[in-house]
Write a protein that binds this ligand. Structure first.
Ligand code: DAH
Length: 337
């Protein structure tokens, strides 16, 4: 048995060296070290070895097993190294590497972040809502009647189940009041959608920043003071503001705030946002939705505002085409580092 083992070891080592590829090598491994392999068979024939000889022969067998195992491992590693070498053979290490392009924060995100920071300093909390909304949250609760043009199929993206892509972030006003009793003071940045043909000044998805403040004795002067402070913090002390009467179904009275800034929009007035005192009807709708009188219009008043961020970004950064904001063109984005 002893001489058999020596022979066996030599032939195994030779076969390991002769294996031409990992598949052949594995065949040899199964033949010798597999569960039904030759080493197993030799272990079985230990039974026939005289008792006194068993420890010595057993030890020898074990040594053969270990020697073969490590021979297999060495050969497998050699194959792996060969494979790695082959993989890099065609690489020309003298070629210049692919330039690493540094990322930058998107100009819209930069603007949004700055706006959020100003409102946070004033005590506004961040609120959010989903892009897919119910008609009630988007229109009915905001005092927008069924025949209002904004609800038309040609203006709004409706889903087959009757839900829609929100046409403004004002939905978050409703969601906030449904979820929390007054007082509330929140801003809600987010996407809004309209069925607009895409061109240099329109996208069907755009970005808004909504604000809502409900408390005791909130007046137009609170609204005006807050917005003027916001605009000056965001755009600098050179900015001029003016308010014009307007109409929104969910505010009464309603106003629009325009801004004028040297070097921006060729120095002309531009519309920044819509705002107003929250219409008592909206508070009543919220109470209906809540099933209580938490937003009693006799006790609580408030203001709301909503601004588009894309047009503001265009004016501030001097962009000729709104589509630049969504094209992900490195040459454009790299300018905002
Ligand atoms: N939701 C309006 C829009 O998309 C903007 C707006 C106007 C929001 C007045 C308000 C508001 O909260 O009070 O055009």
């Amino acid at each position: 048995m002893e001489s058999e083992m020596v022979k066996f070891k030599e032939s195994a080592i030779a076969e390991i060296q002769d294996a031409k590829n990992p598949i052949e090598l594995d065949g040899v491994r199964v033949k010798y070290l597999g569960r039904a392999g030759l080493i197993s068979k030799l272990s079985e024939s230990m039974r026939d070895v005289p008792k006194g000889e068993r420890p010595r022969i057993g030890k020898l067998l074990n040594e053969v097993r270990l020697t073969l195992t490590s021979a297999f491992e060495d050969r497998a590693e050699a194959f792996a190294a060969q494979h790695d070498l082959a993989a890099i053979e065609d690489i020309d290490e003298t070629l210049p590497s692919t330039p690493l392009r540094l990322g930058a924060i998107h100009p819209l995100t930069q603007l949004q972040d700055r706006a959020i920071q100003v409102f946070r300093r004033l005590g506004f909390a961040l609120a959010a809502g989903p892009d897919i909304e119910t008609e009630w949250n988007c229109f009915d609760a905001l005092n927008t009647p069924p025949n209002h043009p904004a609800r038309n199929e040609t203006d709004t993206f409706y889903l087959p189940d009757g839900r829609l892509l929100r046409t403004h972030t004002s939905t978050v006003q409703i969601r906030t009041m449904l979820a929390t009793p007054p007082p509330v003071r929140v801003i809600a940045p987010g996407a809004a959608y309209r069925r607009d043909e895409m061109d240099a000044t329109h996208l069907s998805q755009f970005n808004q920043l909504e604000g809502l403040y409900i408390d005791k004795h909130v007046t137009i002067s609170d609204l005006k003071g807050t917005l003027e402070y916001f605009v000056r913090e965001l755009l600098g002390s050179q900015v001029e503001t003016r308010m014009r009467p307007h109409f929104f179904p969910f505010t009464e009275p309603s106003l629009e705030l325009d801004i004028r800034l040297p070097g921006v929009n060729s120095g002309r007035w531009m519309e920044l946002l819509g705002c107003g005192i929250v219409d008592p009807t909206v508070l009543e709708k919220v109470n209906e939705g809540r099933g209580d009188q938490a937003y009693d219009p006799g006790k609580w008043t408030g203001y709301a505002f909503g601004m588009g961020l894309d047009r503001l970004a265009m004016a501030l950064f001097g962009l000729p085409d709104i589509r630049l904001l969504i094209e992900n063109d490195q040459r454009f984005l790299a300018q905002f580092v």
